[in-house]
Design a protein around this ligand. Structure first.
Ligand code: PNS
Length: 163
């Protein structure tokens, strides 16, 4: 029986990097629909507001017809169920990511047996990339042109008053 599989790719995306984009593209090739879900988390003290992060994600995924952008607060599994999705996507860059991701996946499985976590690998070229490091390099005036698209680089530079 053919099924429409909707997957949720959650994260902070503060801001989206080429590593995230690579993963979103891979998801879009596999799943019928992909919802990129931004966590509204005041605790993490984000650089960009949820609206800014959503606008950047919409910009970089506009060529992918089956990808949409949303935001959520509260439990991820509740959001996934509300969206009538069945899959959570998480990217694993290196072994060091695995322990935390395993904990989250198992906790989410306990919280909802309707949702399955799927781990995906970004291209090796992005295995060292994180939003945190990109922000640090941008703040200190280093080049980030190979880590984020030009539009995101512009917004980072204007936040930090660099270039
Ligand atoms: O990109 P990040 O910041 O590593 O993403 C973490 C995220 C958003 C996936 C995680 O913090 C999350 O799911 N938060 C929602 C709250 C929740 O459901 N907590 C229990 C999960 S085990």
């Amino acid at each position: 029986m053919p099924r429409n599989i909707r997957a949720v790719y959650p994260g902070s995306f503060d801001p989206v990097t080429n590593g995230h984009i690579d993963l979103i593209q891979r998801c879009a090739n596999i799943f019928d629909e992909v919802v990129v879900a931004i966590l509204q988390n005041a605790e993490k003290n984000p650089l960009f507001s949820v609206e800014e992060r959503a606008s950047m994600l919409e910009e970089v995924t506009s060529h992918l017809a089956n990808v949409t952008v949303a935001s959520f607060d509260g439990l991820l599994v509740d959001f996934v169920e509300r969206m009538q999705a069945s899959v959570i996507i998480r990217g694993i860059r290196a072994v060091s990511d695995y322990e935390y991701e395993l904990q989250m996946a198992l906790m989410n499985r306990r919280l909802s047996n309707k949702v399955e976590t799927v781990f995906m690998l970004p291209a090796e070229a992005y295995s060292f990339l994180s939003s945190k490091l990109v922000k640090e390099v941008a703040e200190l005036g280093g080049s980030i042109s190979s880590f984020v698209p030009a539009g995101i680089e512009k917004r980072l530079c204007s936040k930090f008053g660099t270039k």
